[in-house]
Ligand binder design. Sequence first.
Ligand code: COA
Length: 246
Amino acid sequence: MNPVHWWSAGLAHVPQVDHWIDEVEAARFASMRFTKRRSEAKLSRYCAKTTVAMTLGRSTDPASLRSIQIRNARDGAPETRVDGHDGELVIAMTDRADWAVAAVIAGPSRIGCDLELVEPRSQAFVDDYFTPAERSLVAGSAEPALTSNLIWSAKESALKVLRTGLRRDTRTVTVTLREDRAEAWNSLLVDSSEGRHMWGWWRRYNSFVLTVAAEVEIPAPESLERPPPLATATPGHSWLERPTAT
Ligand SMILES: CC(C)(COP(=O)(O)OP(=O)(O)OC[C@H]1O[C@@H](n2cnc3c(N)ncnc32)[C@H](O)[C@@H]1OP(=O)(O)O)[C@@H](O)C(=O)NCCC(=O)NCCS
């Protein structure tokens, strides 16, 4: 089983000076009018580049990060380029509440990751987006906010593996939880309506829940930094203070 490595970063980690960004990325960020979108995009790029650099044993200084590019394929899935060549690492990215996570695996297996807040979800949300088996899990849970968000997160991770994202009906993938241990990675399975199986993991970090899924069986994800910055993260909503770019 190929290992999955991941790293997490918050807005405060992103360098103030943009030497780690190339011209294509700079133009993309400059075209974003809304502060929220721009800061999320920068944070997730910074997190992704640093994850690739650390996994490859490269420096994480600005020049090194600039030589690692993260581009999006036509369907939106992220792809890595290193020193101008297609990278051999397969990457997945997510961000939520001023925090980002990137996960990588040696190709060609696809992976997905998703970060959510543990926050209340309405019954209408659960009814609309979950399968009957998933609804039963939430109904029988002692912690419905955790269960509903981790199921939602696992679905998003799986839909990233399938590279459809939310273009696909979320009820065509069903999440099965295999473990529920505090302060540990817990394994899960995702089955698609056409009979594909995906393997994944979930873990709670205080206000956040993180999931990772892959089209092959994977060991529990390994953080490139211990303890992971996410372990002491506080969710932020910085964009509310300045909704449009200046
Ligand atoms: C993919 C999707 C589920 C992400 O959900 P989200 O909770 O809003 O956002 P997250 O932060 O968890 O993930 C965003 C990242 O998912 C990745 N992603 C986007 N589309 C993807 C796809 N089809 N397959 C795999 N990963 C994808 C990207 O890396 C993206 O970050 P980036 O745009 O900064 O590179 C959602 O955006 C979606 O379904 N979109 C529909 C597809 C779409 O419109 N893609 C956009 C470009 S065509």
